[in-house]
Design a protein around this ligand. Structure first.
Ligand code: 8YV
Length: 316
């Protein structure tokens, strides 16, 4: 009797521990991020891998893909594909799967959480209490969220989920996006600057990637009213971070709530120093429930791939 050799998979970056354990129980898992010399490792082992697993924020570089001649699947733990060259994967017929549907609600929750935390100064006031300042003076006033004008940049699944939540706060919801969805009851602005001019809060919810890089820049910060707050739960690359810092320093906008940054995990010292900025470490989808769903989806797709079954979460 011959025993089948387990399939070998390549992990580009760490994922949830229980997903790693599940993968290890079924496949032989190699960790590229633990290799002292990844290029030399792939020169020897690259040909054995037909599937890689990576994270949305990390993706996989084309030079790495070039060292994987047998590759048929990239299973992404996340929904972002901006760190993968999809033209290249299409050319090579490499399937890409994402954890679609699993994280929409959590990311929308985080957008509202950041908006409330920034406008109502939750983190600042938490420190105010802990540091004993309340014993000496009264807390300051913050900014109302309910009833304000919310501009959403990007009206995909996450944008819609944000709008749904904002409706509960009686906000006037409006959006800019590459096309209007006439089934939505929200005001549509074909132009981001026009949306910015009319928004008290701007939430960035478009996909990252080459097309959206740097779209939220000085021109947008200048167009926003000086009392505006900017929330980003999408990708750091969409915002020109230098322009954001300058806008906050000059008072062109009043504050920001950020989950994502240009060079994660580096967060500019200028942002860290500002009390009117709320910072999160790219954790919008990081709840136990969602991360479990994401893990299950990744595993299901890798398993389906090796069983030559249809991939339930393939893109395009
Ligand atoms: C995850 C993400 O935090 O879905 C994405 O593209 O960036 C995030 O939801 C990430 O993929 C896991 O680290």
């Amino acid at each position: 009797m011959t025993t089948a050799t387990p399939n070998e998979v390549l992990l580009i970056a760490p994922v949830m521990e229980n997903l790693q354990a599940r993968l290890e129980a079924t496949f032989v898992v190699h960790r590229l991020y633990e290799q002292a010399d990844p290029v030399a490792f792939l020169a020897v082992k690259g040909e054995t891998f037909r599937a890689v697993i990576t994270r949305g924020d990390i993706g996989v570089t084309t030079p790495v893909l070039e060292q994987l001649p047998q590759l048929g699947l990239i299973a992404v733990f996340g929904v972002g594909t901006d760190a993968i060259d999809l033209n290249y994967t299409r050319q090579r017929d490499i399937a890409v799967t994402i954890t679609s549907g699993a994280l929409t609600e959590d990311v929308a929750d985080m957008a509202l959480g950041l908006l409330l935390a920034t406008a109502r100064q939750l983190c600042f006031n938490d420190r105010f209490v802990r540091d004993g300042h309340w014993l000496q003076k009264a807390p300051g006033l913050s900014v109302q969220v309910s009833g304000k004008r919310l501009g959403i940049f990007g009206m995909g699944n996450i944008g819609r989920a944000i709008a749904q939540r904002a409706a509960g706060f009686n906000m006037r919801i409006q959006y800019a996006s590459h096309r209007q969805d006439t089934t939505l009851p929200y005001a549509y602005y074909p132009d981001l600057l026009a949306l910015a001019r009319e928004s008290d809060f701007l939430v960035i919810a478009i996909s990252g990637g080459k097309d959206s890089a740097g779209l939220v820049d000085k021109t947008v910060f200048d167009a926003l009213p000086a009392h505006a707050l900017v929330i980003n739960i999408a990708r750091g690359s969409i915002v020109n971070e230098k322009d954001l810092i300058a806008a906050l320093q000059n008072g062109d906008i009043a504050g920001a709530g950020l989950d994502v940054y240009a060079q994660e995990p580096q967060v500019p010292a200028e942002l860290i120093a500002m009390d009117n900025v709320v910072l999160q470490p790219h954790i919008a989808s990081a709840t136990q429930e969602t991360r479990q769903k994401m893990s299950d989806i990744v595993f299901t797709n890798v398993e389906a791939f090796f069983n030559q079954a249809p991939l339930p979460h393939a893109i395009e």
